[in-house]
Design a protein around this ligand. Sequence first.
Ligand SMILES: O=C1C[C@@](O)(C(=O)O)C[C@@H](O)[C@@H]1O
Length: 795
Amino acid sequence: MLGPRNERVFDPNASIVLVGCRGAGKRTLGFMGALHLRRRLVTEDHYFEKLTGMSRGQFLLQHGKDLFARQDVEVFKRMLDSNRTGCIIECGMSSLSEEAQDALREYCRTNPVVYIHREREQIAALLDATDATALLKADEKHRECSNFEFYNLDDSATHFVGTSTAADSRQPVPSKLLNVREDFAKFLDQITGRGATKAWLESPFSVAAIPPEFRSYSYALRLRLSYLQEMDLELEEFEATGDCVEFIIDQWPDDVVEVVSKQVALLRRKLGLPIIYHVEENPRGQRRRTPEEKNPVDSDLLELGLRLGVEYLSLDLQRDESLIQRALRYKGRSKVIGNYWYMGFGAPPWHDDQHLANYKHAQSLGCDLIRMARFSTGDSPVEHLESFKKLVEQTIPSPRPPLVAYDFSVLGIRTPLQSKILNPVKHPDMEPDHDFLAIVSTYRNSYALEFQQFLLDPLEFYVTGSNVSWSLSPAMQNAAYEVSGMPHTFQAVTCSTLDRLTQICLSDTFGGANLTAPFKVAIMPQLKVKSHHATAIGAVNVVLPLRGKTSAILDHANSRNKAGAAQEFFGDNTDWSSIFTCLRRAISPRNYVQPSKTTGLVVGAGGMARAAIYALIQLGCRNIFVYNRTAERAREVAVHFNTWAGTQKGIGKQDGGSVEIVRVIERLADPWPEGYQLPTMVISCVPATSLDGSPPADFVMPVGWLGSPTGGVVVELAYEPLITPLVAQMYAYRDQVNPAWVVVDGLEVVAEMAIEAFELMTGRMAPKRLMKEVCRRTWEQQQRGGGEGESGLVL
Ligand SMILES: O=C1C[C@@](O)(C(=O)O)C[C@@H](O)[C@@H]1O
């Protein structure tokens, strides 16, 4: 039997329609979505005016209610019809009419129509009290004429992941709506199917590039709705405790749709992991339900998960046929994990033909992954499961859906590493409680076991360059290895010759290195593979050994954390991406980049300045100015990027000629270049201490360049001292003149670099909060004249 046709895979460029109540945040999300996907934003009000030549209010006054209603629906339909691709369409009040809803239902066949909603109390607070009840009631209809939904979680539902020592009262405030922006971008990437491909093309070794089922080992953190509801959990503490999270719905409160949507939004925001969405048929501790009672409820809940755009839907294939068919028809771009659970005594042994038949059936239904778990009473030696896995490999030609299979008993799963992928794990603080997998290991312990069983090897990692003894990276990386269960080591090694660097890299236990001067550019010719960002910048700061047995990148990526000979290396650049992350986090909605208008200023002309320019380009900025004490070097950098931009589709000319997106400012005394807005993004990449006998740059902004009425962001890369002349100037300016300036200090950026380097080097999510804390703590210890950062080796 074949699975039903998937009804919700649309052309990736199909316009996305946003519907929902007034006050749900459609306009803001529409704006953010259009920026993220680089699409045109069409709003109903604007479209009405464009077609009729007057606003809706004016039309109503002039033509009366009946004509207005007819006109409104006509405009609505035309708006949908003439903008079928390449847009984000924000619907206004018209979507409350029946005729418009019919049109939306029709549109759902070809395009994503997203119902935007948020906590009812919040909407009610925004609306006129008399309106609120009626509007919210009418709003419920939107669920029936949409095919996706996005729960617009209040931004304050997450606090900024930062540190809290006294010195931090000056920490940058994250931009308002940053969380919402990131959640919505992730949602759009999922429903358009562009997320994984984009990550893979840009940086094939990044965590996001390789889905958990394609990693050499991966773990799913089990989180039950009942835990989340009953326990007062700080979800941030679940950071980096799995490769994905399995959200298990095991109770049905009255407002279950609201509760589940909100939990999915919270998990997405706070854990940042792919979600496996599972609706449990017979949860322990709950009353047994009749099939008539449970099938419709569970079927609706499965559909809700798919509407919310979860990455994986877990579907029990021993359930009612119509429930299975409905989920498969609606699957969209979510991957379906087809499950067979044998939970009681008398489960067929692994060599029973039933299991292979089950696998084939799940495959024929179109499942993307297949999961089989079997209650075992000592009747099933480990070898049986292993032979079953081999049988699948030998009899089913590839590509075949990845298999997750394990034995479990009343004591939990047999061993944490039974299945290679999506092994269940729990959070260390969590009681086993009423989980049928009574005991499962934690992520850390399971991962540590991989090393104990020699599946992975302890490796040596480095930060190296001519001046690294004070690097904060060893403290951050070693702390991260410790909490992640990795027996690796990370040390600072002062070295300045390529020969010596090559010697380090050729060791069988070399895991990877962070590079600083003088290697970032000099190493480029020696690298077999580079990310395309590193190629564009012309510099790398992360080097990894390539130990795959084949030339496939996936094979190399999955050989991380393993020792052995490596002759070839991969290079990437986390300097630009960490600056990019810090800028994006700090920029306010009023200063969102508008390519033709927004201006950026980069101070310096070394490797870091190149990374900063590239970060600005990636943010969409096309007016970038560079100032450097030696203007000649700034000119070289400008030529590099202008030539590169000329070869890029969407940035420069199609003929490959040079385009001027980077320009040089010769002197600080010069007025800001005429015809350009004052800068709203400033990145200083010059040292604030004296290096090699030359005087410190001590850069401060000429006051005349600081006049942006909407303020902006200043990113300072130096952190010796932390309060550089520029940071001090900006604090004062912010306090006395314009509070709309945000200052990001050097520790914030260097922690972000280390986080991204950890993920590239190990393929695992970094414990971000911990690394940020260790960064500040180590820096403070160094200031007091001691601490971990000092212990670099000199070679
Ligand atoms: O600039 C930095 C920071 C760093 O030098 C460190 O010490 O952690 C490591 C470099 O790779 C990175 O480019």
